[in-house]
Design a protein around this ligand. Sequence first.
Ligand code: HEC
Length: 109
Amino acid sequence: MKHTLMALGVVASLAGAGLSAASPKSIDLPPDGVQLKPSSLPGYAKAQANCVACHSAEYMRYQPATAPRPYWEAMVKRMKVTFHAPVEDADMPLIVDYLVKTYGNEQGK
Ligand code: HEC
């Protein structure tokens, strides 16, 4: 009986830990389920339309958080030139702005 109660306690604390989504220990979803981080920046919608057709947002998430704006500019350009991502030239600065502020070194700015 005592053991059963202890086991229940462990289950309850595990369930509690799983609820804090912001925790760095949260469970990784399969790559295909990774969505772009929501944002009020105009580039968010552009990135949704242009950047997750070929791969999930998993790829953005694994870029270094220290990556500066030119890194993201080069990335978007590479997607467009090398892989023919259907990105309008006019949308590129918006997408870069969203990426660097969401995944790069301008987070929280
Ligand atoms: C036409 C398909 C396609 C579209 C659209 C596309 N990508 Fe990619 N992306 C790829 C491929 C293919 C790779 C894998 C490249 C490699 O392994 O070198 C990749 C890889 C990446 C990576 C991983 C890092 C790297 O250098 O490989 C990032 C980050 C990325 N893409 C961001 C973006 C962003 C941002 C956009 C929108 C502007 C975008 N992608 C649109 C095809 C695409």
